[in-house]
Write a protein that binds this ligand. Structure first.
Ligand SMILES: *[C@@H]1O[C@H](CO)[C@@H](O)[C@H](O)[C@H]1NC(C)=O
Ligand SMILES: *[C@@H]1O[C@H](CO)[C@@H](O)[C@H](O)[C@H]1NC(C)=O
Ligand SMILES: *[C@@H]1O[C@H](CO)[C@@H](O)[C@H](O)[C@H]1NC(C)=O
Length: 377
């Protein structure tokens, strides 16, 4: 698998050298891909792999202060596009690294993509690896204020393709994929430090606020709060993860809001996660679908400890407003202050696969009502 990816990447790079239009390898994805799924698959091939960085190369790949601000601005501008997708979205501090371009899927839908243009000549991989992001190119293309991400490309197999398909099929507002593998720099995170036996790595975007994935989530949240808020009927930030077969083996889908078990999950209040669990059960386990009966749990149903309590995006969304965003490294989520806009999804392999797509789409559509962006914005 991995060697195929490397060969493919190298080939793409060699082809680009002889390309008269001087597109970078990542830019060539736009002309070679027919569907959003294949565009994302093409971009994902440039992901910075496991154990790639040492201290010097990691530092070199990290954004400078101005680049970090420009990245935040670029994400915000991307979310504001309405039939005006162009590289103008990218502030000058970032223009030699990032681009934005529209992409028309063969099925007729079109999207605006913020992506890294720079590919390292020596490795054939993203020079920076901060990630890429996709929105529908027009506001009319948005049905639900869902913000979907797959934080661990290649590491949690199938999650990038899954998040991409669900983004497209549900008419979600944004799709965010990091450009580095979780163990790209495999020394312990300086944000979520680990006295326990679980070690989180520097390049784990859900356990280190220095990863641009975190800034992108902050920008999305800020944009959302300034554009109608995040009503729990139609809006959520959903992270798609994969779990090992042996981890929480009793659960096929384990959902959490980044809070450990408690009355928050069992009280009578309507929460997105409770509706999602119910709708997933209908989509996967009712009627004719019982050939694939799945166990779908919340922290209140299961002893599974994948409750995402240290997920910094979850902490940020759950604790907002937060004084300093760096507090996410130390402050746990407060069940008293959250409406549950954050949903962490841990899944067995079968649930990430294409055979489960239709049921997932059905469940998401039934959980989050359709917006009428035209009239409301
Ligand atoms: C695109 O259009 C939207 C809506 O009119 C506007 O808010 C935004 O600033 C425009 N973006 C660019 C880069 O021109
Ligand atoms: C979770 O907490 C609720 C409420 O305190 C309790 O009823 C339930 O038994 C707990 N579930 C687990 C799996 O510990
Ligand atoms: C469940 O059944 C519905 C309706 O027949 C169908 O649309 C959906 O694809 C099925 N889901 C799975 C996972 O087979």
């Amino acid at each position: 698998m991995l060697s195929f990816r490397w060969t493919g990447t190298l080939l793409a790079y060699l082809l680009s050298i002889s390309n008269p239009s001087e597109q970078t390898p990542s830019e060539t994805c736009f002309s070679s891909a027919g569907t959003l799924g294949s565009l994302v698959e093409c971009l994902e091939k440039y992901t910075v792999p496991e154990k790639y960085y040492d201290q010097a190369s990691y530092r070199k790949a990290q954004p400078t202060g101005p680049q970090r601000e420009a990245w935040f601005t670029a994400v915000t501008s991307l979310l504001s596009t309405d039939n005006n997708c162009s590289s103008a979205i990218v502030p000058s501090a970032l223009q030699d690294v990032y681009g934005a371009a529209s992409f028309a899927d063969t099925d007729g839908q079109s999207f605006c993509v913020l992506y890294e243009q720079t590919v390292s000549p020596s490795s054939g991989l993203f020079e920076k690896g901060w990630g890429f992001m996709v929105v529908p190119s027009s506001r009319n293309g948005v049905s639900r204020l869902l913000h979907l991400s797959a934080p661990h490309p290649f590491y949690e197999i199938g999650t990038t393709a899954q998040a991409t398909d669900l983004f497209k099929e549900t008419g979600a507002k944004s799709l965010l994929i990091p450009g580095r593998m979780l163990p790209a720099y495999n020394i312990p995170s300086t944000c979520i430090t680990s006295p326990s036996k679980t070690v989180y790595y520097m390049t784990d975007p859900v356990h280190n606020d220095l990863e641009p994935f975190f800034d992108a989530n902050r920008a999305i949240w800020e944009w959302q709060t300034q554009n109608g808020g995040c009503p729990s009927s139609s809006c959520a930030f959903i992270q798609f993860h994969g779990k090992a077969t042996t981890t929480c083996a009793q659960d096929d889908i384990f959902l959490s809001t980044g809070l450990a078990n408690g009355t928050w999950y069992t009280d009578g209040v309507d929460r997105p996660i409770k509706r999602l669990k119910k709708q997933l059960n209908i989509a996967f386990n009712s009627g004719t679908n019982t050939s694939m009966p799945l166990t779908i749990s919340l922290p209140s149903d299961s002893r599974c400890t994948l409750t995402a309590t240290k997920n910094i995006v979850g902490r940020y969304l759950n604790n907002y407003p937060i004084t300093f965003s760096h507090d996410v490294c130390t402050q746990s989520s407060d069940p008293g202050s959250t409406n549950g806009v954050f949903i962490d999804v841990e899944q067995a392999a079968v649930v990430r696969g294409t055979s489960a797509r239709e049921a997932w789409v059905q469940a998401l559509k039934a959980t989050f009502i359709e917006m009428h962006m035209n009239t409301e914005m």
